[in-house]
Write a protein that binds this ligand. Sequence first.
Ligand code: ZN
Length: 141
Amino acid sequence: MAIQGGLPVRAFMHARGLNRYKSCPRGCTTDETTYHLFWECAYAQDLLKALSTELGAWIPTTCITADSVMYGLFPGSHALGDLQGCWRLLCCLKDVLLFSRNRLVVGKKETSTLVCRKMIHSLLRDYAALDGSDDDSDDET
Ligand SMILES: [Zn+2]
């Protein structure tokens, strides 16, 4: 749904007459689109920076672009395992960004970057357990 722009973010809901507001609930002056939620918003960028060590273990952080986050497209050539690991991490990032956004909009509760990072690590462990792969990303601090 994120790729197709079908997530119920404010701009999507506003365009369909389902929400009065279309700006980002985090106080940005920009419309809250899927692109804004996952890439453009300062909150998303802060979380990406907080995950730079984890991302850098797979792919140089300079290779993480908006297209990487949105579509899994990475500039340069990388090993398949690195691409898969990075994409999994970015998908967990998007899950947590959407969760924290909904928590803010519906529950009026902020979620800190630290808590988001811990949630991402937890999701990564869950996915590793589900597919039976080893996951050495539990060295969080
Ligand atoms: Zn924003």
